[in-house]
Design a protein around this ligand. Structure first.
Ligand SMILES: Nc1ncnc2c1ncn2[C@@H]1O[C@H](COP(=O)(O)OP(=O)(O)O)[C@@H](O)[C@H]1O
Ligand SMILES: [Mg+2]
Length: 1031
């Protein structure tokens, strides 16, 4: 029973992944198994249109009474072949799981669909059929089988369904349908078994209910021709059998349209509508002369006789005794029921024939059992008794199958079986069906007993035999309290699902279901094939009484049990959400009632018995191994040991789990939830971890690739470089060799050996020369020494270059500068190499004048204006007597030199009388003007000290043309103080320039020695501070 138990696990996984969405998807995982918790979960889900919930493999479905968009092709595709633990509960999941288990394990299955009338059983079975029709592989050949299977539905519904108070399309028979599959999973055949058609509906309907759909479809939808042929009139109102419930027209049913579908289907199995028509006619029989017997293919007269006389067999004679009216009506109704019932059976047989697969190869089947669930009405009769008996049997089967599979699993896993607390309903089954002692036996006995057996005598017999059975009560047996709830004609059974009180009225008649023999014989002689066939099969020849209804039912149930027991079970329990067929209404009381009568809590308890969850070691380990460092990422040993380590690590208490042979068993859902929660959390962490690893791996790979590429490129590049280098070296060797040879033969005449070298030398020299040329004439950069071959050229170039530079220089000279140079030239010609301070003066340009006209007294200017002032300079004049230094202005005009003190002209020396000018050869700046005196009174020679000695004297040369008058004297300079009286100036060098009157009466001028002067060479002579010492 691997399929069943693995299904449990699969469901649990689904519930685990989705348990937080809306409620819990699997009741097995509910924390507490109370009815309140159960209902609350159901309600929570129903409010979100989640009509399906699991109890293990069992599917609980709540009728939504509205179209939900969950039965389309897309949904089917989602569930196809997918392990449905991944997906929310669905009828497709169950259908698919059954189908795939069947294919893989090659065994038979059945899906039991139960529930109250109107709970959605028939819809469920249709959904499953549609799912198989779409999801199974198909070939054109097989399509016909599939079509027939799908087509059989409307036909059986037309004949077997009716409007009741609870359901507008209530199935009034039990149906078991086998779908046969070949090993490829193709649907290749089918077979239908029907149970307990509610024949009484043909002749009687309660208020608000209808007869079977087919009658209304025929009289509303049949063509005029057809109706005429059948002697029928259009409209239900003409027929007694159709109007008792007083609601022939129902808004939710379109009889006309339905007829079209059914008519097509009926043609395929060549059904003849006359049988249906005859039933309608029978309903109108009022026991006057009538001629409609021809429809049944029997003689009208004989039919009339059959319905009005009873054939009594007394010894060898047959006596006809007339009926009372009641008897006649009974006989008529019995015939109508029999005709309809037999026709229904015939129809089912025809459908079976058409779906039969004659191929002898082995097939597996999935059986669909759409059977009435527990029925509890205000008044419960024989039908309810049979139905509820059927449910007891199915519950028994369920208990057996489930417990057996559980127990077998425990045994196989080597786990000790712990008895489960649940109610075993075998005691009730026995109460009903036990041979000779059960209710059925007693009922049959009463039916067969000669004498005046009635429903009440039957009740008495029951009380006699069952008197002290704990599950049986009657008015008479009950205690005071209970008695109040019972009528005298009632008996009550305490079914596993609850108590049901049955009213015995009609039990015997319904069980007998008698048809008088003469009518049966008459029907066997019918010319209508269908009628004849139907009644012939009712063992007409046998004198034995036919089996009673309940016994037939019992044996068919027995057969059904045998069929089912050999198969894997799947369950669908349908619940009705409310009585008024309204969407969105969750009638808690009604649902609690159904939960109870469907035994869902029982079912849940059995499912949860012992251990709520079990899982194969490898699968458990595979899912949860990330939770323990010892098992992550790989467990190298046996899976079971890994699970044990994991369980220890997770802190499972010894009582919470058991280790089987191949599976771990976990007792409480909460243990598993805690594990699952941890897993959910860990999963994200792991995912990040794996992602990071993977990214790292990718990056590394990428890096390696790039590195390889880089190395490749590098080596190629190096190769190229090396080759180039080699070429270069070879070339260099050649060049160097040639160079050396050229060098060695450089002195020889030009030849192939040295021509290149020489060219190189030449070029090299020229290039170097270009970069090392003197920039200006004044630039003292030495001319680059040429190689021997270029000595001549170099010299030429040198000359050229200097000429060029001189030219440039000359061009750049201004007139002022030219004048300056001309003056400097004069200075040079007079002093160069003669006076020591000369070199220092060269760099200092001459000024036009040293005293601007503003600084000369205006009176002086007025006096000498005519002579034009050429040059002025401040001087120190030494008195002729005593050599006292005096600040004076020396003014050169066109004609004379003036010595001026403020506004006074102290002395005027005409150039013509200036006979000589003396300076020393040292670095001092003393000048002696020698003057020719025409008159004795005239002042003597002039001794001055002028900082601009060279400038002054050069100007004088230019203005007065006195070059030749200037003497540079070594030693002393003699001069005339006045006529006849001489004086002298002595010169010497010393550490400090000074001027004083020496003891010998001479003017002593001390100046820096040339060597010292160079020391202060930066200072122009003019700024040399002369220390005057006066005595
Ligand atoms: N899954 C469903 N989705 C929508 N409506 C449903 C569904 N199941 C049942 N019904 C509604 O309930 C009615 C009764 O369902 P049905 O299968 O005939 O009940 P049962 O066979 O149990 O007596 C249907 O005619 C339909 O209107
Ligand atoms: Mg139904």
């Amino acid at each position: 029973r691997e399929g069943g138990s693995s299904g449990v696990i699969i469901n649990m996984e689904g519930a685990l992944t989705a348990r937080d969405r809306v409620g819990i998807q699997d009741f097995v995982l509910l924390d507490e198994t109370t009815e309140a918790a159960f209902l609350s979960n159901l309600k929570k889900r129903f409010s979100k249109d989640l009509i399906y919930t699991y109890i293990g493999t069992l599917l609980v479905s709540v009728n939504p009474y509205k179209e939900l968009d969950i039965y389309n092709k897309k949904q089917m595709d989602i569930y196809m072949g997918v392990n449905f633990f991944e997906l929310p509960p669905h009828i497709y999941a169950l259908a698919d799981n059954a189908y795939h288990t069947m294919l893989t394990e090659f065994n038979n299955h059945f899906i039991l669909i139960s529930g109250e009338s109107g709970a959605g059983k028939t819809e469920a079975s249709k959904k499953i059929l549609q799912y198989y029709a779409v999801s199974c592989p198909s070939t054109t050949l097989l399509n016909t089988v599939r079509d027939k299977m799908l087509m059989s539905n409307p036909v059986l519904e037309a004949f077997g369904n009716a409007k009741t108070l609870k359901n507008d399309n209530s199935s009034r028979f039990g149906k078991y349908m086998d779908i046969q599959f070949d090993s490829q999973g193709d649907a290749v055949g089918g077979h239908i078994l029907n149970y307990l058609l509610e024949k009484s509906r043909v002749v009687h309907q309660n208020h608000g209910e209808r007869n079977f759909h087919i009658f209304y479809q025929l009289v509303e939808g049949g063509s005029d021709d057809l109706l005429h042929q059948l002697g029928l009139e259009r409209g239900c109102q003409h027929y007694n059998y159709l109007t008792q419930g007083q609601c022939p027209i129902v808004p939710s049913i379109n009889d006309k349209n339905d007829w079209k579908t059914v008519k097509n289907a009926l043609q395929i199995i060549s059904f003849d509508e006359t049988v249906i028509a005859s039933v309608l006619h029978l309903g109108n029989v009022r026991f006057e002369s009538d001629s409609k017997g021809h429809l049944l293919g029997v003689d009208a007269h004989r039919l009339q006789e059959g319905l009005t006389f009873r054939k009594i067999e007394a010894k060898k004679d047959q006596v006809l005794s007339p009926f009372t009216t009641d008897h006649a009506i009974y006989a008529r109704d019995a015939l109508a029921k029999a005709i309809y019932g037999q026709t229904f059976t015939w129809l089912v047989n025809r459908i079976n024939e058409s779906m039969e697969n004659k191929d002898p190869s082995r097939k597996t089947v999935i059986g669909l059992l759409d059977i009435y669930g527990f029925e509890v009405f205000y008044v419960n009769s024989f039908e309810q008794f049979c139905i509820n008996y059927c449910n007891e049997k199915l519950q028994q089967l369920f208990i057996e199958l489930t417990l057996k599979s559980e127990q077998e699993e425990y045994e196989a896993e080597g786990i000790e079986w712990e008895p489960v607390q649940f109610f075993n309903n075998k005691i009730i089954c026995d109460l009903i069906e036990e041979k000779h002692r059960g209710i059925i036996s007693l009922l049959d006995e009463e039916c067969l007993r000669p004498g005046d057996a009635t429903d009440l005598t039957f009740l008495e017999r029951l009380e006699e035999k069952m008197g002290n059975h704990p599950h049986f009560v009657t008015h008479k047996l009950a205690d005071k309290m209970t008695r109040k709830t019972l009528e005298r004609g009632d008996f009550r059974l305490l079914h596993y699902a609850g108590e049901v009180t049955y009213c015995v009225v009609g039990f015997l008649d319904k069980n007998n279901d008698l048809l008088y023999r003469n009518i049966k014989d008459l029907m066997c002689q019918s010319k209508n094939d269908i009628v004849k066939e139907c009644f012939s099969s009712m063992d007409p020849d046998s004198r034995r009484r036919p089996e009673t209804v309940v016994t037939q039912f019992k044996s068919s149930l027995q057969k059904l049990t045998e069929i089912l027991v050999a198969k894997e079970a799947w369950y669908i329990r349908c619940l009705k959400s409310n009585e008024s067929k309204q969407s969105g209404q969750f009638d808690e009381a009604l649902i609690r009632h159904q939960v109870k009568y469907l035994g869902l809590m029982e079912h849940l308890r059995v499912r949860r018995a012992g251990f709520a969850y079990r899982r194969k070691y490898d699968v458990f380990l595979k899912r949860y191994k990330p939770l323990c460092p010892a098992t992550w990422p790989h467990w190298r040993g046996v899976a079971a040991d890994g699970v044990e380590v994991l369980a220890q690590h997770l802190g499972y208490l010894p009582d919470e789990y058991k280790m089987g042979r191949t599976k771990i068993f976990i007792r409480h859902p909460r243990t598993l939830f805690a594990t699952e929660d941890a897993y959910e959390k860990c999963k994200h962490e792991l995912a990040t971890h794996i992602q990071a690893k993977y990214k790292g791996y990718r990056a590394k790979g990428e890096y390696r690739k790039q590195k390889e590429a880089a190395t490749k490129i590098e080596s190629c590049w190096r190769g190229t470089q090396a080759r180039k280098e080699k070429e270069k070296r070879a070339w260099a060797v050649k060049v160097i060799k040639k160079f050396i040879k050229g060098y060695m033969t450089r002195g020889q005449a030009k030849s192939t050996d040295n021509s290149e070298y020489l060219a190189f030398v030449r070029q090299n020299y020229l290039n170097r020369l270009r970069n090392n040329l003197p920039k200006t004439v004044l630039d003292k950069t030495p001319w680059l020494t040429p190689p021997a071959v270029l000595t001549e050229t170099s010299e030429m170039l040198r000359k050229l270059h200097y000429r060029l530079m001189v030219r440039k220089y000359v061009r750049g000279i201004t007139p002022q500068k030219k004048a300056q140079f001309q003056m400097k030239l004069i200075t040079s010609s007079v002093f160069k190499g003669k006076k020591d301070s000369y070199p220092q003066s060269v760099a200092h340009p001459f000024a036009d004048t040293r005293i601007s006209e503003e600084d000369i007294n205006t009176r002086v200017i007025q006096m000498i204006r005519n002579e034009r002032i050429k040059y002025c300079v401040p001087v120190i004049k030494y008195d002729r007597n005593g050599f006292k230094p005096r600040q004076r202005q020396l003014i050169l005009t066109q004609t004379a030199v003036y010595v001026v003190e403020e506004a006074k002209i102290k002395q005027r020396v005409l150039y013509s009388s200036l006979k000589g000018i003396s300076v020393s050869n040292l670095t001092d700046s003393t000048i002696v003007f020698h003057i020719t005196r025409e008159e004795p009174k005239q002042k003597g020679d002039l001794v001055v000290q002028c900082d601009h000695l060279f400038e002054l004297l050069t100007k004088l040369c230019v203005i007065a043309n006195k070059q030749n008058a200037i003497n540079v004297v070594q030693g002393s300079i003699n001069f005339e103080i006045q006529a006849g009286k001489g004086g002298a100036v002595d010169f010497s060098t010393g550490p400090e320039p000074m001027v004083y009157k020496a003891k010998n009466g001479h003017l002593m001028v001390v100046s820096w020695a040339l060597s010292l002067l160079s020391h202060v060479s930066l200072r122009p002579t003019s700024t040399v501070i002369v220390k005057h010492i006066t005595t």
